[in-house]
Design a protein around this ligand. Structure first.
Ligand code: NAG
Ligand code: NAG
Ligand code: NAG
Ligand code: NAG
Ligand code: NAG
Length: 774
């Protein structure tokens, strides 16, 4: 979770996070300074030390607090509450809250709150504004990009980097200097509701996107100040038991290093993320928010991470009331600060950090609080928040929704959909477009995900996208998204429309936000995990009824998850997964349907044949997946099912074909050397297109079980004309083939397999042996 207010609001459970009447304690006398903070030294470390030497214990402790989600809808807020927060000592950070507020108006209010607080503060320290940033800025009047999972289907790091650059500029313009992204969680459990916020199931792919996010969000200005600080999270998450939100992660030290923190290691090696958030979960039964070994020791001592560790929302009090590993709220605070958590997001009445106020005399607490304040103040200097805490309201409108951001949004939206099946129907010919039936409960909404700022009216829906390409469109919802109310009647109307059309575009899926106020429609996103991967409600029955009309069906999927697609895979003429689209989803869909855009997305999550065939991720261990007919009599598996994915990681169709040929791979190499991989990619079809070339490896005889294959490099070609070819080169250091045993990296002299091709499926890969000599 990031900020409860929105989540609860969306879930219809909003219980009044801001008290409307708060007893107003005496506030320190308002000092009318209002001057910006002036540095006395040029070194940030020296400046922070100087400042800390003037601060009391309670002032330092205030830096560990966040004034969360202050704005209610309509840019209103409880001034008395905010003024009295933390007995007038304020907090280290402040968050805008409700996503449905206009950006410029929200920024004006936040500016005012920060200024008033800073004037009152003896040390003239401003609060830093922190907010979510998944599809863009979490305020309206900003560019609404697709959700993370959708953008990851592009496999286009260069384009994604530009998108994040735009998000960063819009955040900074609105005074948001710190965001709670990227999510480096591994989408290994498809039943988990937050998959739409993640990049995908593969640790290397997640690492590459994570590096791009941190680099571009944190891009420095000419004076070396970071534009917007990032938060790598959730240390560690994505594979909770049975996909239950906040449930435990099973595993030990080898999974920790080889799997879960792999993307963090990439990000730490190449960038300098200014904060990190532990997950709600326990790993190996110890909550990550109080985990001395996996959070404090490994991050602080081994990886030398000296930036802010920020708790997830209410994760500190949950040590008591969910995990039952703390006796009291104060015990929660003591355990969190011992694990070197620096900053707390929590409801004000359940703050673990605030309970430390009575423990000034405890030297260990005093020391950790001092360190926490030091890290927070350092963050504020690095982002220039100390000198320039406010949004520049005069110029903000120039930055929001600019031409550059809108172009980048369109570019990535075109590449963020995956064509899963195409039985010679797409692109649609003129005759098909002459009369189109658009059917389905996902056709007429914007479905951008649960951490998107959307009023669900700005942008193009699937229906509107089709209306732009066909002169003759009939629409019928066909069923409700998640119940059988009026089903027969709605289905019959849809069937009649399908019969009268040349083609039926059937839009099914799962909603990850509240649209039209229909709270019970929401079946995806945080706190909406999946019991199975089937479409909610009567959606597949609707699909069957449409298929039975004989009108060819193009199925369009919307949702931040994978679905079981067996009926559709056998009966629809084409299937396109659009995941969670931003404001331009309908436009890009229209372009793909007509062939103006050639789809180039590839799956970053595998799609199983059945909900119960897990794990489904491609990089499983040899022992994890049973083959049909193998040892059936010895372990009594019934029914015998095909455990191969329906559509695997790295898979996605194009309107053209490509060949990957002339592959050469270094044959023998030393442990300190590097492996050169070269190949020629040729567009062998009739239309322009882009291909993603993927390189995987595996090892013959490691000391521990290792995955059957691992992605190790990938690249996306430019737009190739028919007949055009291009050369792709990869340089794989042998060190990248290594692994960790008990926290130590090792690289074996052994035979390795290097596989080069267009998906993770063996049939799409060419295999080479490489010998690494000792
Ligand atoms: C801001 O966004 C709201 C909601 O989408 C919209 O109604 C309004 O016109 C926008 N204002 C500007 C100036 O773009
Ligand atoms: C920016 O746009 C908002 C509407 O979203 C408007 O109210 C405000 O006056 C504009 N600011 C400037 C400086 O033009
Ligand atoms: C079914 O869903 C629709 C749309 O959300 C809603 O209006 C209707 O009340 C629901 N019916 C039931 C029985 O919950
Ligand atoms: C490596 O991958 C190839 C191709 O999929 C496979 O045949 C081989 O068994 C794998 N080796 C190991 C040790 O998993
Ligand atoms: C491959 O990468 C390694 C490590 O970054 C570097 O030392 C080496 O020079 C590179 N080789 C080529 C051919 O680029």
């Amino acid at each position: 979770m990031h900020f409860c207010p929105t989540v609860l609001l969306q879930a219809g459970l909003f219980v009044g996070f801001l008290q409307t009447s708060v007893a107003s304690p005496a506030l320190p006398e308002l000092q009318q300074r209002g001057t910006p903070y002036e540095r006395e030294t040029s070194s940030i470390a020296a400046e922070v030390d100087k400042l800390l030497s003037r601060m009391t214990f309670l002032e330092k402790l205030a830096q560990t607090r966040n004034i969360g989600g202050i704005l209610n809808p309509g840019v209103t807020y409880d001034e008395e509450f905010v003024e009295a927060f933390n007995n007038g000592l304020g907090g280290g950070s402040i968050s805008p809250g409700n996503y449905q507020n206009p950006g410029p108006a929200a920024a004006a209010v936040i500016n005012e709150v920060i200024t008033r607080h800073q004037r009152r503060d003896r040390n003239n320290i401003p609060m830093i504004v922190v907010a979510d940033s998944v599809n863009g800025v979490t305020l309206l009047n900003t560019t609404l990009f697709p959700a993370t999972l959708s953008m990851a289907q592009s496999w286009n790091i260069e384009l994604y980097s530009k998108v994040v650059d735009s998000m960063s500029k819009e955040n900074r313009a609105l005074g948001i200097h710190w965001v709670l992204s990227p999510e480096l969680d591994l989408a290994l459990e498809p039943r988990y509701g937050r998959v739409g916020e993640m990049y995908g199931e593969d640790k290397y792919l997640v690492g590459r996107f994570g590096v791009a996010y941190v680099k571009n969000m944190q891009a420095e200005d000419s004076q070396g100040y970071v534009r917007v600080a990032t938060t790598v999270k959730h240390w560690i998450f994505g594979n909770s038991l049975a996909g239950v939100n906040q449930a435990r992660l099973l595993g030990g030290v080898n999974d920790f290093y080889n799997l879960y923190i792999f993307p963090y290691l990439e990000v730490f090696r190449e960038t300098n993320p200014l904060s990190l958030m532990p997950s709600y979960s326990s790993f190996d039964n110890i909550p990550m928010t109080s985990n001395l070994e996996y959070t404090r020791d490994i991050l602080r001592n081994e990886l030398k991470f000296d930036r802010v560790i920020v708790s997830d929302y209410a994760a500190i009090p949950q040590l008591q009331n969910r995990q039952h590993t703390a006796k009291s709220l104060q015990d929660c605070g003591i355990k969190a600060i011992a694990a070197t958590i620096d900053h707390e997001l929590s409801p004000p009445e359940r703050s673990g950090m605030s309970t430390l106020a009575t423990l000034e005399k405890n030297p260990a607490i005093a020391k950790e609080v001092h360190e926490a304040a030091r890290r927070m103040l350092t963050l504020k200097f690095i982002t220039k928040t100390m000198e320039q805490p406010l949004a520049d309201l005069k110029n903000v409108n120039k930055t929001l929704r600019g031409e550059e951001a809108m172009k980048r949004n369109m570019d990535i939206t075109r590449e963020s959909m995956v064509l899963l099946k195409n039985d010679k129907i797409l692109p649609l010919s003129k005759s098909f477009l002459s009369k189109v039936a658009v059917i389905g409960p996902l056709a007429d909404i914007i479905n951008p995900g649960s951490y998107a700022a959307s009023d669900y009216s700005t942008g193009t829906t699937i229906l509107e996208g089709v209306q732009k390409i066909s002169p003759n469109v009939v629409f019928s919802r066909g069923c409700f998204r998640n119940n059988y109310t009026n089903f027969e009647q709605m289905r019959d109307e849809a069937v009649a429309n399908a019969r009268s059309a040349s083609v039926a575009i059937v839009a099914l899926g799962s909603v990850a936000a509240i649209v039209d106020g229909n709270v019970n429609d929401r079946t995806d996103g945080e706190a909406f995990d999946h019991a199975d991967l089937d479409f909610p409600g009567p959606q597949v029955e609707l699909l069957k009824a449409i298929v039975e009309t004989g009108t060819p069906v193009v199925m369009v999927i919307s949702g931040g998850q994978v679905f079981t697609l067996e009926y559709a895979a056998a009966n629809a003429k084409a299937i396109l997964h659009t995941f969670l689209q931003g404001e331009l989803g309908g436009d890009a869909l229209g372009e793909i349907l007509t062939g103006k855009t050639n789809p180039s997305g590839k799956l970053s999550v595998s799609i199983p044949r059945r909900s119960d065939i897990l794990p489904i991720y491609y990089n499983h261990m040899n022992t994890d997946r049973k083959e049909v007919g193998w040892q059936v009599t010895t372990d009594y598996q019934a029914p015998i099912v095909d455990r191969l994915p329906r559509y695997t990681f790295g898979y996605g169709l194009s309107y053209t074909t490509f060949s990957i040929s002339g592959v050469s791979v270094t044959g023998t190499v030393s442990k300190t050397g590097s492996i050169k991989v070269e190949a020629t990619v040729k567009n062998t079809g009739a239309v322009r297109g882009k291909e993603v070339v993927q390189v995987y490896f595996n090892q013959s005889a490691p000391e521990m079980e290792r995955p059957i294959k691992n992605l190790v490099r990938f690249t996306k070609t430019g737009d190739l004309a028919p007949g055009e070819s291009t050369q792709v080169n990869f340089n794989i250091t042998v060190d990248d083939l290594g692994y960790w045993i008990n926290g130590k990296k090792q690289v074996d002299a052994d035979t390795y397999g290097i596989m080069v091709g267009s998906s993770s499926d063996d049939a799409d890969l060419k295999f080479f042996n490489v010998i690494v000599q000792g």
